[in-house]
Design a protein around this ligand. Sequence first.
Ligand SMILES: [Zn+2]
Ligand SMILES: [Zn+2]
Length: 194
Amino acid sequence: MPHCPECQQEASAADSRCPLDRNFFVLSCCPRCQAEVFPKERFCAVCGSDLEAAPVRLAAPLKAASVPARVTATLLDGLALLVAYEVWLSLGWSGGLPAVVLLAVACWGLLPIRAGQTLGQHVMGQVVLTEDRRELDLKASLIRMLAAACSWAFLGPLLALFRADGATIAEAWTRTRTWSLQPDRKKPLAGTRP
Ligand SMILES: [Zn+2]
Ligand SMILES: [Zn+2]
């Protein structure tokens, strides 16, 4: 059963985050046979493995965000940045490239830290996490942003959006993913017992 790592509350099927503390729900899996284990279990019920050696933890229902949904989120962020830039100029601060870069870094580099969201990601229900569904810290988020900026600048949008197994090239480099918070009802949760 997916549960909150903080308060142990069991997840409802439609939610990705604990309503109390906003932590992502996790599933604990046996490191040996991958069977789902329950929060306080010491030994795997299937293979008997000792579970004290850090069971693999996966966040509950997330799937990779589709390309159109990601493009929409990026366009929304672009609009938000345009508005922010107008506000910036109206405050009498000097504009130009440094201001644009600063706003872009704040939006795409800083907002996604610790499972935060940009405006576009919030509207589209997306979150950026690592491949194994852990939250990004400042360094990981900035590296990811730089990798994405480079892929767009040097490869072009079509190649930058090309995806091998659900990850764009920048995401494959940085071992991150853009996840959709909408549960995939067609597939059982990863790791659940059949
Ligand atoms: Zn909780
Ligand atoms: Zn096991």
